[in-house]
Design a protein around this ligand. Structure first.
Ligand code: ATP
Length: 298
């Protein structure tokens, strides 16, 4: 998919298993929303094939719509409609909707139930969008950045709701740039960057499954030129050294006493004073940095 000269999605090949939560994770502009909108039938792919529940999202739109729920990144309701009225209206379009009152309660929408849509805060609009996506008991729900702008309590409530839906057999596809959200919720994570798939797997496979840990080396002054390559040569091929910024390196590999001793010796030889040397489990952020050389948040 391209918008003029901007290629938003480039040969992306992925499959989602029924009854699971899949997270499409990537930085801003990676192509997450374009991917979802193509699956939802809002965009026609310029090449390739998309099938949702076995159907073509554009040609079979009428058959598909009652079976899927869609939460857009923004919008989706009339500007003057009150929040709960909108939700009741969407519920009335479905044969067996969820109990609107319960959903309002779960997502804290009672605080703004009589507020017109255009006056809702960003977080309230998000919650209403999520409620509208799930109220029809879809088989498959697409949620674009479901917890952006939510406070921690509502984030947890949202996660719980999505987990319960999975428990009821619903397939959930969400986009996020929050790694903790992907790690906590998703059965499968697809990491995308510049419209391409760069890694896929369960959060465990992508992080701890390699048996590797991480060492984060932060130093008091910027590293001398060529430091990552020099430390890489010292540590050998079982270890991967990536610059995070001028004063920080991420080392992925066996975080054992021997590696730590080599890192310390390298610091001494190169006149570098460590400010901290932190051992940790590999996170999805580390995976992204290792593959792209950039931080996901940047
Ligand atoms: N309607 C459009 N016209 C032109 N370019 C667009 C349009 N929509 C998206 N793009 C561009 O396509 C690329 C992918 O955008 P997309 O919204 O799919 O990414 P994203 O991963 O969802 O980003 P974000 O996390 O910021 O929502 C970006 O470079 C974006 O600027």
């Amino acid at each position: 998919m391209a918008y003029g000269d901007t290629v938003a999605v480039d040969g992306l090949d992925l499959t989602v298993e029924r009854g699971t939560i899949t997270a499409v994770l990537g930085p801003n502009g990676a192509g997450k929303t374009t991917t979802l909108e193509t699956c939802e039938g809002y965009r026609r792919p310029q090449a390739g094939t998309v099938r949702v529940l076995g159907l073509d999202p554009q040609a079979d739109r009428t058959a598909l719509l009652p079976r899927i729920g869609v939460m857009l990144q923004s919008g989706g309701a009339w500007s003057g409609v009150r929040a709960v009225e909108m939700l009741r209206h969407v519920a009335s379009l479905h044969a067996h909707p969820l109990d609107v009152g319960l959903l309002v309660d779960r997502l804290g929408l009672d605080e703004c139930g009589r507020t017109p849509y255009r006056r809702l805060s960003g977080g309230q609009q998000q919650r209403l969008g999520l409620a509208m996506a799930v109220v029809g008991r879809p088989e498959l729900v697409f949620v674009d950045e479901p917890t952006a702008g939510m406070d921690p309590q509502l984030r947890r409530a949202t996660w719980q709701l999505l987990e319960e839906m999975r428990g009821d057999g619903v397939t959930v596809v969400l986009t996020t740039h929050y790694m903790d959200e992907a790690e906590r919720l998703a059965d499968t994570v697809h990491v995308i960057d510049h419209g391409r798939l760069i890694a896929s797997g369960t959060p465990f496979e992508l992080t701890r499954g390699t048996g590797n840990s991480t060492i984060r080396l932060v130093v008091t002054e910027p590293f001398p030129p060529g430091a990552p390559a020099s430390l890489q040569a010292t540590l050998g091929p079982d270890t991967d050294v990536r610059p995070v910024n001028a004063q920080s390196l991420l080392i992925t590999g066996p975080a054992d006493a021997s590696t730590l001793a080599k890192v310390s010796a390298w610091c001494e030889q190169h006149g570098v004073l460590p400010e901290s040397l932190t051992l940790g489990q590999r996170t999805l952020e580390d995976v992204f940095l290792q593959i792209t050389g950039r931080e996901l948040a940047s």
